[in-house]
Design a protein around this ligand. Structure first.
Ligand code: ASP
Length: 405
């Protein structure tokens, strides 16, 4: 961060960072994405086939999904309470609203998010389920944005392996066990470069950040989002303490490398290999649990994102002088839950799905332009919470099935 600030103040410094530093970070993120599909495939199949019996999978699966939904609803409720109590939209003058919307409404960033969002909104409500089922396993595996399809195929394969019995599935199981070891070694090697990559990623985020004046105007709104995210970390800590009896500070310390990576990449998917490593090897969650809970969580459980979406929607309404009824705000809980499930685990995805929440509550889409300037820093923070949420839920589920070492 300091290096980034220094380069911003040197003539041509931002160009230097862009040309010579940023590529190192980009290569690292590409390596993480490269490993994501093989990692999910190998570890999820190993996890399921190690279960030996299908009823265990049902228990883990249902506990995971229910806990994910509960944490998401808690996150949105925290966001709604804070944004209503603090009312950040009232502190922003109409000239600033005007300035922000005119600066960003034509920007290609906002426009492309609107186009992407509108494509998704036109789909049927069950499109999400339809999209989860691949029609070609290899096509799904060839595209990182189809992670949920890969998870579907892998679970299907793993369950079928359980059903045919140990003897018949043995050769396939040995293959995936061995693949799992190799992939974990690859993760290990990639992680050796992490400190340099995090340096590159953070320096380039700083040098490409927006006009500081505009960031300042949105300080109160950003503060509410960050406060909500902080409360979520406390919620996880309390849950970890009450349910697993572990010291939450130790938990946070052990997961912190994954949090830092989430912060610098803004992507839960890119962070997944490290989250798995920390949760399995440092926190002691059995691979049978983590191999299911974490990949599924990275794609569907985004507490930070859902909290941000609730705060952003109400903030935009407040700045435009709109009053949202209690009923509408309850509806925001439902839409933001769905929107966070539908958000891809990549940078900026939460903002695309926010359009759906705005549409539901009748808030003008133009409001996106209002919050665009601070989206990246908030994305970094909400991704930290998304990853922490997945890790804590994996601990809770592991504890409940006796798989927390
Ligand atoms: N970047 C977030 C993630 O990957 C998603 C979002 O909120 O934009 O978890």
């Amino acid at each position: 961060v300091l290096f980034g600030i220094l380069m911003l103040n040197i003539d041509g410094g931002d160009l230097f960072v862009n040309n010579w530093i940023k590529p190192l970070g980009t290569i690292f993120v590409k390596l993480l994405k490269l490993i994501a599909i093989p990692l999910i495939l190998a570890s999820l199949i190993k996890g399921i086939s190690d279960l030996k019996d299908i009823s265990k999978f049902k228990t883990i699966g249902s506990k995971t999904i229910i806990t994910y939904i509960v944490t998401t609803v808690v996150a949105i409720s925290i966001g709604l309470i804070l944004v209503n109590v603090i009312n950040p939209g009232s502190g922003i003058s109409s000239e600033t609203v005007e300035r922000l919307t005119s600066t960003y409404s034509e920007s290609s960033g906002v426009q492309s998010k609107l186009v992407e969002a509108n494509n998704q909104i036109q789909n049927s409500p069950l499109q999400f389920l339809v999209d989860t089922v691949p029609d070609n396993a290899f096509k799904a595996m060839s595209n990182n944005s189809l992670m949920l399809q890969v998870i579907f195929f892998t679970i299907f394969l793993g369950i079928s392996m359980l059903l045919i019995g140990e003897e018949k599935s043995k050769p396939l199981k040995s293959f995936f066990d061995s693949l799992n070891f190799v992939v974990l070694k690859m993760v290990d090697l990639i992680m050796k470069t992490a400190p340099y990559a995090v340096f590159a990623l953070l320096a380039s985020v700083i040098t490409s950040s927006n006009d500081p004046d505009l960031l300042l105007a949105l300080l109160k709104y950003s503060g509410v989002v960050c406060l909500g995210l902080f409360f979520m970390i406390i919620v996880y800590s309390i849950a970890v303490y009450l349910i697993t009896n572990s010291n939450p500070l130790v938990f946070l310390k052990k997961i912190s490398p994954a949090q830092l990576l989430a912060f610098s990449t803004s992507s839960s998917a890119a962070t997944l290999p490290l989250t798995m490593d920390r949760v399995e090897n440092h926190i002691g969650v059995d691979r049978e649990v983590s191999s299911f809970v974490l990949p599924v969580g990275a794609t569907i459980n985004m507490d930070g994102t859902s909290l941000y979406q609730a705060v952003a929607a109400v903030f935009i309404a407040q700045s435009f002088g709109m009053d949202l009824s209690f009923g509408t705000q309850l509806g925001i809980i439902a839409t933001a839950t769905l929107a966070s499930i539908g958000s891809a685990a990549v940078p900026g995805a939460g903002m695309v799905m926010l359009v759906g929440v705005l549409g539901y509550a009748g808030i003008p889409e133009a409001g996106l332009a209002l919050i665009f300037a601070v989206d990246r820093p908030l994305d970094m923070c909400r991704t930290v919470v998304n990853v922490t949420g997945d890790a804590s839920v994996s601990m809770l589920v592991a504890k409940s099935v006796g798989k927390l070492g």
